[in-house]
Design a protein around this ligand. Structure first.
Ligand SMILES: [Zn+2]
Ligand SMILES: [Zn+2]
Length: 372
């Protein structure tokens, strides 16, 4: 049991995170203790904070945070793939390595390491404030704290010369967006691509489309400053959906056809439907953002005649041990512009400012540095 860990705790939706000392239990035999050096403010955290993702799936009080990098402090007796001192990117999809999904190469869909709401994959809760057990987020990651305990498969060692703030972004937004393009959709060179919502994930879809050599990259958002970010990362066209019909604009830009691929990077049923409408016959709409449980996407039953594909994308279809290292190599040769994605950094004490900025759409990404 590790006492005196500073953490940001959400007690109630629509109230500020409370910065306080908690205790953290672990690591167990197959786990590692990581000092969190950088952790991003992501929309998925905000969905819990503003009550969009309310209900049984996200019990409060909870320590949020699921996009993070840090330095390994301590390893359990059975850990083989990392050691103290390693710089690691954390994954919010630990995997067992042995189940059918892991074995066929889809470890992001591992059937054994699924955690009950608010728990670690082994079903426990490890954070306490006095006698109160606190719920975890990201299958135990809860990186809005000085320390995290994660399963061995969720701590991927990387080169030490990668800035920690950049490494943190690779843990969610970049892996999700770039992976959606390269892994989930397998976008071919010369394709036309549309991206709806250009926050951290959407900007990473834009960068993934650049990596895939897409010919047209059309960014759609409601805010001009976010479209400016999209242009700076390689979008060839921008559409402000508050001023024009995005689907019509995309058709005009593609000779009336529609794009080959459209990505919903926010997770909203109406946006997902717009992606369906924006792709050409036989095109692929990829739903990347996580929508609230219980919502449905209306799809025309004439889909047979259109041969359109609607595809879900969880975490960029990541194979963390392979893909985090691949992202690092892209970054190191200048093919992923990640320094420019970090608009501001915050301390744990000012974490609420990071989420106020996220709510306003100010930042490409805000990153909190709990122990730097
Ligand atoms: Zn995220
Ligand atoms: Zn598995």
């Amino acid at each position: 049991m590790m006492p005196g860990v500073q953490a940001a705790v959400l007690y109630e939706a629509n109230t500020p995170l409370e910065i306080e000392e908690v205790s953290l239990e672990g690591p167990r035999d197959d786990e590692v203790l990581v000092r969190v050096t950088a952790t991003g403010a992501c929309h998925s955290d905000y969905h819990v904070m503003d009550g969009t993702w309310n209900g049984a799936g996200y019990p409060l009080p909870m320590i949020l945070g699921h996009e993070a990098a840090g330095i390994v402090e301590k390893i359990g007796a059975d850990v083989r793939t990392t050691q103290p001192g390693d710089h690691v990117i954390l994954s919010f999809a630990p995997n067992c390595g042995h189940c059918r999904m892991c074995t066929i190469g889809r470890p992001n869909l591992c059937s054994r390491m699924v955690a009950p709401p608010g728990r670690f994959p082994d079903g426990t809760r490890r954070h306490r404030k006095g006698d109160t057990e606190l719920n975890a987020f990201g299958r135990g990651m809860s990186s809005f704290a000085e320390y995290s305990v994660v399963h061995e498969s969720a701590a991927i060692p990387i080169d030490r010369d990668v800035p920690m703030t950049v490494a943190a972004l690779m843990g969610c937004a970049v892996m999700t967006g770039v992976g959606a393009v390269l892994n989930t959709a397998s976008v071919e060179p010369g394709s036309s691509v549309a991206v709806f919502a250009t926050g951290g994930v959407g900007l990473s879809v834009v960068q993934g489309a650049v990596l895939a050599n897409a010919s047209q990259i059309i960014a759609v958002d409601l805010l001009d400053n976010k479209l400016d970010y999209a242009s700076s990362f390689g979008a060839t066209h921008t559409v402000n959906a508050s001023r024009q019909n995005a689907v019509e604009a995309i058709r005009e830009l593609t000779d009336g056809m529609g794009v080959d691929y459209a990505f919903d990077a926010i997770g909203d049923a109406r946006v997902s439907r717009s992606c369906y409408d924006a792709v050409r016959r036989g095109g692929t709409a990829v739903v990347v953002g996580m929508a609230p449980t219980g919502t449905e996407i209306p799809i025309p039953a004439t889909i047979a005649g259109e041969e359109k594909v609607v595809k879900g994308c969880f975490y960029g279809s990541t194979r963390p041990a392979v893909d985090f290292k691949r992202l690092v190599s892209f970054y190191k040769r200048g093919a992923l512009k990640l320094d420019g994605m970090i608009t501001r950094t915050y301390t744990l004490e000012t974490i609420n400012d990071a989420f106020d900025a996220l709510a306003r759409g100010d930042n490409a990404r805000g990153v909190i540095t709990p122990t730097e």
